[in-house]
Design a protein around this ligand. Structure first.
Ligand code: FES
Length: 339
């Protein structure tokens, strides 16, 4: 059985019984925003104005609060009736994706489990801070890593989590030498700073999810239009806060910048915040209705943070999340992915 889907703008398309709303829209050459296509990132969020949908599995990227407000995820939603929908967001104009080679300039361990990788491409590749790159491996698989710095000529900067037993990050990258080349594709993804959404910024990261957040913040350094910025970074222990000194030093270069590391397994000497990062924010903010919120990290954190923040007035229209690079960490180690 097929159903008709009509966009608020008047265009319409047919969804066949074996398709999701997104698959049918793309088949009809309608560019609905999307990214992971796995129900994790929330980029494909649509608002259901009429009709209803069902999911084979409840998508992780949709909170009960969002669903109650009439939102659905087009990449997973299967119509149960004719629909009228409004895209959650208009598709952004993103830089062109390029496939190129990149040589390793430097690779150093910054913690027991994180490598700092510096690559150089033959020509500068334009990207938006927050986007990511795929490394193509010889077996046809790819690994995804977010750029950790704002665009800087031919150089690209990454903070790569070493996955124990991982084919790429553990076996190949740990042994890699400067001068070796990688087959890469970039820029990818739609996570980036929405300058048009000019509000106080609340940036929230866990683990190497700090990488794209760092790139975004670096692009705001010394910017006279920088809004107030709060950054919360959740990690387990002090030893893992490899960027803490640098981030703290940006206090003078970002407007009203507050940097709050939050540790879930801090040692006895730790004087700072403890627990989970989303809980710390929920304690610190009664009202998040005026903020633009950027979330990057483990899907569980993003999911819980969205729910907790919406209760405190955060608007779904001003919430931007990137769980894509982490989604495959839920799968076997061969699927290693890291931001
Ligand atoms: S594209 Fe649908 S949730 Fe990511």
């Amino acid at each position: 059985m097929s159903y008709q889907v009509q966009l608020e703008s008047g265009e319409s398309f047919t969804v066949n019984s074996d398709e999701t709303v997104l698959q049918a829209a793309l088949r009809a050459d309608l560019n609905l925003p999307h990214d992971c296509t796995m129900g994790g990132c929330g980029t494909c969020r649509i608002r259901l104005l009429q009709g209803n949908v069902a999911y084979e599995e409840q998508p992780f990227g949709l909170t009960p609060e969002e669903e109650a407000e009439g939102y659905a995820l087009a990449c997973q939603a299967r119509p149960q009736s004719d629909l009228v929908i409004a895209p959650g967001r208009t598709a952004d104009a993103l830089p062109e994706v390029q496939r190129t080679s990149a040589s390793i300039k430097a690779i150093t361990a910054v913690t027991d489990s994180v490598l700092h990788l510096v690559l150089e491409t033959p020509e500068p590749v334009p990207f938006l801070p927050g986007q990511y790159m795929n490394v193509h491996l010889g077996d046809g698989s790819t690994r995804s890593f977010s750029m950790a710095s704002a665009p800087d000529g031919r150089q690209l900067d990454f903070h790569v989590k070493r996955v124990p037993g991982g084919q790429f990050t553990e076996s190949q990258l740990s042994q890699a030498q400067p001068g070796q080349t990688l087959d890469v594709e970039l820029p990818l993804g739609s996570f980036h700073l929405h300058r048009e959404d000019y509000r106080p910024l609340l940036m929230v990261a866990t683990g190497t999810g700090i990488a794209p957040i760092r790139a975004i913040l670096q692009s705001l350094l010394d910017d006279p239009d920088c809004p107030p910025v709060w950054l919360y970074w959740g990690m387990r222990s002090e030893a893992e806060l490899w960027l803490a000194d640098e981030l703290a030093s940006w206090r003078e270069r970002l407007y009203e910048f507050q940097f709050v590391p939050v540790l879930s397994r801090a040692g006895a000497q730790w004087q700072g915040r403890r627990g989970h990062v989303q809980d710390a924010i929920a304690m610190d903010f009664d009202d998040l209705s005026e903020h633009a919120i950027y979330l990057c990290g483990a899907p569980e954190m993003v999911h819980q943070a969205k729910s907790a923040f919406i209760v405190r007035g955060a608007s779904i229209d001003h919430l931007y999340a990137d769980t894509f690079n982490f989604a495959h960490q839920l799968e076997p180690v061969e699927q290693e992915q890291a931001a």
